[in-house]
Design a protein around this ligand. Structure first.
Ligand code: PMP
Length: 364
């Protein structure tokens, strides 16, 4: 049979998917990749070999389906999160993207609305629309912050079924007050997901949304092992919520969605969490160095509680992106006029980025 050359437009695709663009951050092998907010520190050797031992054991039973309830992993996450949580309040998936997809499949869907304050994580609209739901975008102040009064008013107006609160926000790095979450929860009849994917990079002593779970059955807090844990390639994300909320997610997940190898790797990684998280302080130091140096170069970095910095004052983001690319440094053009976003890397990667930027142009 010859190669089929139909285009997407020729296929009987769902009408509501026509014209959408898939997620597509460039994956190119540049020496300094600072574009998708990974942790660029490799796993410590001793952790890697501990994980491998557990994978080897799991492999011997791989002829059988895995534990559909991933009980050991849920217990591991409950222990890591603390706050008195137990396994009945934990869910997990292949990355927090899948966890968020489960939430949207259960609570959004055709005829329903999911809502977030733009600019925010680019996958929220795609995941929502993938379930057949409508995506509604609210607004932020000019510095990307949100106040409780304004956020609640926007929510009352939009009357969504699902609210996505990204905390700190991607792509801006902006923190979000606990008071805003409380006000949003009170203002909606829908479910509220606080996405704390970057939480480990927030200042010590900052209060997690996990503290709000008690007595709020429509609230969920999602996290990931892709960032602070340096585990992006393993694809493990998780969520904490009321046990009834978790039961709703069981309705939409595929049976055995977390492979035995993933479960084994993640349980072993959690056992080593203190070693795996040892790099967080270094990354925060590099993030703060990026902010200070960008300011000195005349750019306008935004406050960040994450492992990346969004900065304004870029006269021509496409040209600066390309000039950095030509010097072996990959950053992200997130489509905000006059802005670029960069992930805090290792000390030498961060230096490579800052030196390259200083060599190409001055800020506008
Ligand atoms: N939430 C936010 C805010 C993110 O930035 C990302 C990844 N960039 C995710 C969720 C999903 O990450 P993962 O699926 O790797 O857990």
């Amino acid at each position: 049979m010859g190669r089929v050359t139909a285009s997407l437009a020729d296929l009987p695709l769902r009408d509501d998917l026509r014209g959408l663009t898939p997620y597509g951050a460039p994956q190119v092998p540049l020496p300094v990749a600072l574009n998708v907010n990974e942790n660029s520190h490799p796993l410590p050797d001793e952790v890697a070999s501990d994980i491998l031992d557990d994978i080897a054991v799991a492999l011997r039973d791989v002829n059988r389906y895995p534990d559909r309830e991933f009980t050991a992993l849920r217990e591991g996450f409950a222990g890591y999160l603390g706050h008195g949580l137990d396994a009945s309040q934990i869910w997990a998936g292949n990355g927090s993207n899948e966890v968020l997809q489960h939430v949207l499949q259960a609570f959004a869907g055709p005829g329903r609305t999911a809502f977030g304050f733009a600019p925010t994580y680019s996958m929220y609209p795609l995941l929502a629309q993938g379930t057949g739901a409508r995506w509604a975008a609210g607004t932020r102040q000019s510095d990307y912050t949100l106040t409780a009064v304004d956020a609640a008013a926007q929510i009352r107006d939009a009357d969504p079924d699902v609210v996505m609160l990204c905390r700190p926000n991607n792509p801006t790095g902006t923190p979000l007050g606990i008071d805003v979450i409380e006000a949003v929860y009170e203002a909606t009849r829908g479910v509220v997901v606080v996405d704390e994917a970057y939480w480990e990079f927030a200042p010590r002593g900052a209060v997690s949304a996990l503290t709000l779970l008690e007595g709020r059955p429509r609230l969920a807090v999602s996290r990931t092992m892709s960032k602070a844990f340096a585990f992006a390639g393993a694809r493990v994300g998780y969520l904490a919520a009321d046990p009834a909320f978790i039961d709703a997610l069981r309705l939409v997940r595929l049976p055995y969605h977390l492979s035995a190898l993933t479960q084994a790797a993640a349980v072993a990684a959690l056992r080593n969490s203190s070693t795996m998280l040892a790099m967080v302080d270094d990354i925060v130091e590099q993030r703060d160095r990026i902010t200070a140096t960008l300011e000195a170069l005349g750019y306008q970095p935004h406050e960040s509680w994450s492992n990346f910095v969004l900065f304004g004052g870029v006269a021509d983001p496409k040209a600066t992106f390309q000039a950095l690319y030509d010097r072996g440094v990959l950053v992200r053009d997130v489509g905000i006029p006059n802005h670029l976003r960069v992930t805090a890397g290792t000390e030498s990667e961060t230096t490579a980025f800052l030196d390259a930027l200083a060599s190409i142009e001055s800020a506008s």
